[in-house]
Design a protein around this ligand. Structure first.
Ligand SMILES: [Zn+2]
Length: 204
């Protein structure tokens, strides 16, 4: 399996692509820029079969409808699924165009997604939105807007909750072992680095 990474859209969202030996890809947060995803498919020779959304915000989910139209199965949490159909995705607040969609599969804490030969565990991490989730695959943790390098996601948007976010980050820190952390924005990090240096969980 190979991991590819793109930075897409004006809010510089990290889009990730896990590609198996057959060129089938699981995308995590495709971002807003559909053309850039299509370009990546061409350049790296993969095809997105499934799109896993950490949450519904437009900067992460903006190209979901187009990828779905191309045949990708879209996954999101039960709680964030409705936001793909209303202003809960914040596109209105930011003046962005958003193609509304109904997700193909909704997931909950502890579910295991089986796509492209990969087993991907869903971890509910409410706080940035009530339906924010993280994805665990092998030694990789995809954290969306829950956990960043020495930082955490904003909680001042609708359904955001500071206390819930702190609990969620602590829940991630409690996962035993070492993981590469791939956040929704900015630099990659590791779980051990965040356990040691991330001070945002001290606010409870
Ligand atoms: Zn967000």
């Amino acid at each position: 399996m190979k991991l590819y990474h793109l930075i897409t859209g004006p809010l510089r969202v990290n889009a990730y692509f896990l590609v198996n030996d057959n060129g089938e890809a699981v995308a995590i947060d495709g971002g807003e820029n559909y053309k850039k995803v299509k370009q990546a498919e061409e350049v790296y020779g993969f095809k997105v079969k499934a799109l896993l959304l950490t949450h519904a915000h437009f900067d992460h989910a903006g190209c979901a409808k187009k990828l779905q139209d191309d045949g990708a199965k879209v996954y999101i949490s039960k709680l964030d699924a409705p936001k793909l159909l209303n202003d809960g995705n914040l596109s209105g607040d930011f003046g962005r165009k958003f193609d509304y969609l109904t997700a193909d599969v909704t997931v909950s804490d502890g579910d295991v997604i089986d796509e492209c030969g990969l087993k991907i565990k869903v971890i509910a991490t409410p706080g940035h939105t009530d339906g924010s989730i993280c994805f665990l695959i092998d030694n990789m943790l995809f954290t969306g807007d829950t956990l960043f390098w020495e930082s955490v996601g904003r909680t001042d948007f609708p359904t955001g909750d500071r206390d819930a976010l702190v609990r969620s980050v602590k829940k991630l820190f409690a996962i035993p072992g070492e993981y590469s952390v791939y956040p929704g924005h900015e630099d990659f990090t590791t779980l051990s680095h965040e356990r040691q240096f991330n001070r945002f969980v001290d606010y409870d």
